[in-house]
Design a protein around this ligand. Structure first.
Ligand SMILES: [Zn+2]
Length: 190
């Protein structure tokens, strides 16, 4: 019983740490993009990173931690190629929804999924390496390398989103005069 409690506590700590890393990573991205509400989106990113470990229970077909942790294989959401494909599908879905509804708040969702899930995989890679199904796994990554790769990935996503938003110029009508909206928060009156 005590052993089970310790394992639950350790698993909980591990999952919360994944959540905190994703939360902070998205906070950096959204701060650079002047996105708001930054706290809510960073929280969502943290939750996305935490729910990833639910695949252990799904594949064990049980809520018992012992069964979830004693799988003979890595669960499917821990494959980096799988989460890249899922994020691409989310991106297509958001594009499709945007063509029918004005749901701009979903624009960053695919990127949020990528930050949440790849930061989770990089941290897990310290023990088991990165898994690219069906190609195989890398050797375990040393701590300095997985931390550097998370930072590099966050920087890359920030740069891509920053340049994407700065090149998307949209004409809008603002208080009766024509304006050009550059990025999210800058409105230049003509
Ligand atoms: Zn994990």
């Amino acid at each position: 019983m005590i052993k089970t409690d310790v394992r639950w506590r350790r698993a909980l700590y591990d999952t919360i740490t994944h959540g905190c890393i994703a939360f902070l990573s998205w906070a950096v991205v959204s701060n650079a993009l002047h996105e708001s509400p930054a706290f809510v989106s960073a929280l969502l990113c943290g939750i996305l990173a935490m729910v990833l470990d639910g695949d252990h229970f799904y594949e064990a077909r049980s809520f018992q931690l012992e069964k979830a942790l004693s799988l003979q294989h890595r669960p499917f959401m821990h494959s980096t190629s799988t989460v890249i494909v899922i994020s691409l599908n989310v991106w297509v879905l958001v594009k499709f929804m945007r063509s029918y509804w004005n749901v701009s708040c979903l624009d960053y969702l695919p990127w949020m999924c990528l930050i949440a899930w790849i930061s989770h995989h990089l941290r897990d890679a310290n023990r088991r390496g990165m898994w690219f199904m069906p190609l195989g796994s890398t050797p375990p990554l040393p701590q300095w390398m997985y931390i550097s790769l998370i930072l590099l990935f966050v920087w890359l996503v920030t740069v891509v989103l920053y340049y994407r938003s700065s090149t998307s110029v949209v004409n809008v009508t603002y208080l009766g005069s024509t304006s050009v909206n550059v990025q999210n928060s800058h409105i230049i009156e003509l």
